[in-house]
Design a protein around this ligand. Structure first.
Ligand code: MEV
Length: 318
């Protein structure tokens, strides 16, 4: 039996603007997906009964499926198995990362699957190979769409500054709270919507992207020097700019305002593609617990996470 795990991620600053070449900063978080493979002669079974949204189990042989989100997670595992022509295996997925929420669950599942297969089948892939192959698999399943940030963060952990290239960056951990609206989002349609706005109003949207890129660049020394008040202020500005390009929603705003109000957050913004999915907030003097209570009262799911955490790892003896 071989197990590997990989972390989810949040985008701290720069989503959407990064699609047009501006800087974005992402961090791995300490919510993980774990994949276990073991020999099962004559069969190939994928099970995942404790994924966070809804429990489900899929048996590839009988084709039993319980939920669309679960089937989606399994598609990534199946693509990884196909990539290595793996058979005679039982594959079990366990994940603490909410699915289809913009927290990199599919990248974490692919990376953990590739890492577990690498060890189990003796493929001798290095870490860079695992990141590259996982990105290729994620892209294939998403039919050509997929940023390298998610699979790189799932593999290497830490923080990545992305613009025209992807650069690891050494920064201290941040304690943040993630609020999930419970509404799955569709990255591709949100990106297309924003890119269409840019094409129609380049004189208006390009400066917004430029401002977002400046926020990403300014956030790096603020995190390094732990200047949390300024960091929170820039989160609020970034949220407003994302609202301006049309990726906010009532549910996201309710969580953002609950965080800033009752939750006493220093700053809050949506994270990822928007439309649904998640927001992030920086806890104030009242702490993460008060923030989580406020988010739950506003009908969100709340997760207290650390950013900049460890990447892919083998899970020995579990
Ligand atoms: C989605 O997680 C982040 C976006 O910036 C899209 C991308 O970077 O590929 C909206």
């Amino acid at each position: 039996m071989t197990s590997a795990s990989a972390p989810g991620k949040v985008i701290l600053f720069g989503e959407h603007a990064v699609v047009s070449g501006a800087a974005a900063l992402g961090g791995a978080v300490d919510l993980r997906a774990k994949v276990t493979v073991e020999d099962l002669p004559g069969s190939l079974t994928i099970s995942a009964d404790d994924l966070i949204l809804r429990g489900f189990s899929l048996d590839l042989v009988s084709g039993r499926i319980a939920s669309a989100e679960a089937l989606n997670a399994v598609r990534y595992v199946r693509a990884a198995l196909q990539e290595f022509e793996a058979r005679d295996l039982r594959v079990k997925i366990e994940s603490e990362i909410p699915l289809a929420a913009g927290m990199g669950s599919s990248a974490a599942i692919v990376v953990a699957t590739v890492a577990a297969l690498n060890m189990h089948l003796g493929l001798a892939l290095g870490t860079k190979d695992i990141a590259q192959i996982s990105h290729m698999i994620e892209k294939k399943v998403q039919q050509g769409y997929g940023s390298p940030m998610d699979t790189a963060l799932a593999t290497f952990g830490g923080y990545l500054l992305v613009s025209t290239s992807v650069m690891p960056i050494d920064l201290p951990a941040l304690d943040i709270v993630v609020g999930y609206t419970g509404i799955p989002h569709d990255t591709r349609s949100e990106v297309e919507k924003v890119q269409s706005l840019l094409a129609r109003y380049p004189d208006i949207v390009a400066p917004i992207f430029q401002a977002i890129g400046s926020i990403s660049a300014r956030s790096v020394p603020l995190i390094r020097d732990r200047k949390l008040l300024e960091l929170g202020e820039l989160m609020n500005v970034n949220h407003g700019l994302l609202e301006a390009v049309g990726v906010g929603s009532r549910e996201l705003s309710e969580l953002v305002y609950a965080a800033r109000g009752a939750g006493n957050a220093i700053g809050a913004k949506l994270t990822g593609a928007g439309g649904g999915g998640c927001m992030i907030a920086l806890p104030g003097p009242a702490g993460a617990e008060a923030l989580m209570v406020a988010l739950r009262q506003a009908k969100g799911l709340a997760y207290s996470v650390k950013t900049g955490c460890e990447g892919m790892r083998m899970e020995v003896g579990k």
